[in-house]
Write a protein that binds this ligand. Structure first.
Ligand code: GAR
Length: 202
């Protein structure tokens, strides 16, 4: 069986990438293999995590290109060269245009640190999501893995998991709990679900 070839897009610390690498090593993504990590930031610690796992890396930074389309063409070149079937956005902070997302229908997934449709869309990323949840005073938040389309955080939901909010939470403590209890579990599960679908559709 040819496994689905996965590229993981990152921008920062890469704990979700680590969860994916660990899950693959533990045999929890039998239908997929992570063959490439693409970073939107040359200084991302995620690049070290990829190297430590022996996965090829590429740095493609939007600021190095004159336009969104030139940037996305560079991404497409890298993905085509590596024969990528599935793109996983794991803490990837650059918005991709409709031109890009429409090339990969139901072949791009993203993890978002809230229960969509709450605290999502443009401007809601990273710690900002948890700041907004605490400001609103919700008692339950969580994480969502969804397909990526032209609407930020608007594609079909694949998996969601709820996480309790505590009275004394800070954005940082809440972020950590959402990662541990939801993101790092859901993202590898979704990677396997979609990889299996890709393999079966061949
Ligand atoms: C994660 O919490 C991820 O859900 C979030 O950024 C963090 C990245 O952490 N992504 C978004 O907010 C995207 N809208 P990581 O680099 O340690 O995986």
């Amino acid at each position: 069986m040819l496994r689905a070839r996965i590229a993981v897009f990152v921008s920062g610390g890469g704990t979700n990438l680590q969860a994916l690498l660990d899950a693959e090593k533990d045999g929890k993504i039998p239908h997929g293999e992570i063959v490439l990590v693409v970073s939107g930031n040359a200084g991302a610690y995620a690049l070290e995590r990829a190297s430590n796992a022996g996965v090829e890396t590429a740095v493609v930074q939007k600021k190095d290109f004159p336009s969104q389309s030139a940037y996305e063409n560079a991404l497409i070149d890298v993905l085509t060269q590596k024969g990528i079937d599935l793109i996983i956005l794991a803490g990837f902070m650059t918005i991709l245009s409709a031109d890009f997302t429409s090339r990969y229908p139901e072949r791009i997934i993203n993890v978002h640190p809230a229960l969509i449709p709450s605290f999502c869309g443009e401007g809601y990323y990273g710690l900002r999501v948890h700041e907004a949840a605490l400001k609103y005073g919700v008692k339950v938040t969580g994480a969502t893995v969804h397909f990526v389309n032209e609407i930020p955080d608007g594609g079909r939901i694949i998996l969601q998991k709820a996480v309790e909010v505590f009275e004394d939470d800070t954005p940082q403590t809440l972020q950590k709990r959402v990662m541990c209890q939801a993101e790092w579990i859901l993202l590898p599960e979704a990677a396997e679900l979609v990889s299996e679908k890709i393999v079966r559709s061949r």
